[in-house]
Ligand binder design. Structure first.
Ligand code: NAI
Length: 332
């Protein structure tokens, strides 16, 4: 059997981690033959809660889980890790401006970037879930200059999963038949959920979703806004933000990154932009990607119409503004 892989989850006492840790520890992300050592980071006041999570992990009696390291020290948390799920972030409190939220998070992700740079494996794969995820990932990467920029990603897989679930419900087919919905841009209300390349596979044939639905109003209004506003709908109903679905999406993202995407399948993730599709360079922008040998590649050459270009411009503009605000905070 392979040597244990060290994996860190931050925000480990929080609600997403509560679902995510089990998914990881039972072998759904890194493979059923890969033993794991989980490093769990949270802040000092959460250490008692974290102890309870550690007890529950032990009580799950999972054979792949070789050790658990709960800590409030980023050095301990990031030492020798090969994968990092950065879930912990300062939540938005009542009356808090976006700028204040960004300021609090820039500080957290600066510290974590520095610790990753010094103590993690140089090929560590970093997934940022904590919001604002794209800009947090950019800051984290900036403070980890010895780790390739390609190793810092932000999660938009939940949005992709939501998009595919909406399409499946509309077509009354199982969600597993739907793939290749694309999320462009920021994980925020400016994201662009795009059904143009989505397909349905049934009875051995592959059909384009837009050929079957052929209802532009549904695609550009109902579908688009229901994906963009799904997070708010969950909060309104549950009085808490999406957690089980966010954990599943984080696991999907990291699994595909480690083990590769299925041929013919496109997934969405926030990655460092090379300017593809006229997007701003050097922001973490969600693109359609495929993954092979642990390396993602933006799918280029997709047909992008005028409407889509305007949507890409809007979300790109927001990412540039967030980057500028974050850099101002750092330099202040
Ligand atoms: P939560 O509030 O239940 O848990 C967050 C945990 O992070 C808490 O235990 C807190 O103590 C911890 N934390 C705060 N600062 C930390 C630091 N500096 N180091 C380590 N841990 C720290 O929140 P939940 O529901 O688990 O969500 C976590 C984040 O994920 C939020 O920022 C949320 O907005 C974001 N999110 C992102 C999604 C995406 O699709 N990208 C989807 C859903 C949530």
């Amino acid at each position: 059997m392979a040597e244990p892989l060290r994996v860190v989850v931050t925000g480990a006492a929080g609600q997403i981690a509560y679902s995510l840790l089990y998914i990881i520890a039972k072998g759904d992300v890194f493979g059923k033959d890969q033993p794991l050592i989980l490093h769990l980071l949270d802040i000092p006041v959460m250490m008692d809660v974290l102890e309870g999570v550690v007890m529950e992990l032990a009580d799950c009696a999972l054979p792949l889980l070789r050790d658990v390291v709960p800590t409030d020290d980023p050095i301990v948390a990031f030492t020798d890790v090969s994968a990092a799920f950065l879930v912990g972030a300062m939540p938005r409190k009542q009356g808090m401006e976006r700028k204040d939220l960004l300021a609090a998070n820039v500080k957290i992700f600066k510290v974590q970037g520095e610790a990753l740079d010094k103590y993690a494996k140089k090929d560590v794969k970093v997934l940022v879930v904590g919001n604002p995820a794209n800009t947090n990932a950019l800051i984290c990467s900036k403070y980890a200059p010895t780790i390739p920029k390609e190793n810092f990603t932000a999660m938009t897989r939940l949005d992709q999963n939501r998009a595919q679930a909406q399409i499946a419900a509309k077509l009354k087919v199982p969600v597993g038949m739907v793939s290749n919905a694309v999320i462009w841009g920021n994980h925020s209300s400016t994201q662009y959920p795009d059904a143009s390349y989505a397909v349905v596979e049934r009875n051995g044939t592959v059909e384009k979703v837009t050929d079957i639905i052929a209802d532009e109003k549904w695609i550009r209004e109902t579908f688009l806004t229901s994906v963009q506003k799904r997070g708010a709908a969950v909060i309104a109903a549950r009085k808490m933000s999406s957690a089980m679905s966010a954990a599943k999406a984080a696991a999907d993202h990291m699994k595909d990154w480690f083990l590769g995407t299925t041929p013919g399948k496109i997934i969405s993730m926030g990655v460092i932009s090379n300017g593809a599709y006229n997007t701003p360079k050097d922001v973490i922008f969600s693109f359609p990607v495929i993954i092979e040998d642990g390396k993602w590649k933006i799918v280029e050459g997709l047909l992008v119409d005028e409407f889509s270009h305007s949507m890409l411009d809007a979300t790109g503009k927001e990412l540039l503004e967030e980057r500028e605000e974050a850099l101002k905070i750092i330099q202040a």
